[in-house]
Design a protein around this ligand. Sequence first.
Ligand code: F3S
Length: 63
Amino acid sequence: MKARIDPQRCQGHGRCHDLAPGLFTEDGEGYGQVIGDGTVSPDEERPARLALANCPERAIDLL
Ligand code: F3S
C-alpha cells in the first residue's frame, strides 16, 4: 500500500502527521507531505487509515 497527499486539496490541517508521524511530515509551509515514497508498512496501516479518515479535506489517498 502507498500513501499519497493531493497537494491541490491539502490545506495544512496537520492531522496526518499527528496521527501517523512515521508516514507523513509537513513541508516548510505546514502542508502535509508523505515521507519517502509513501510505502505503508504493515505496522503503519492502522495509523495511515486513521489519518485518511481524519483529514478534513480528504486529501489523503491509500492506493
Ligand atoms: Fe493536509 Fe489533510 Fe494532512 S489537509 S496536512 S493532508 S490532515
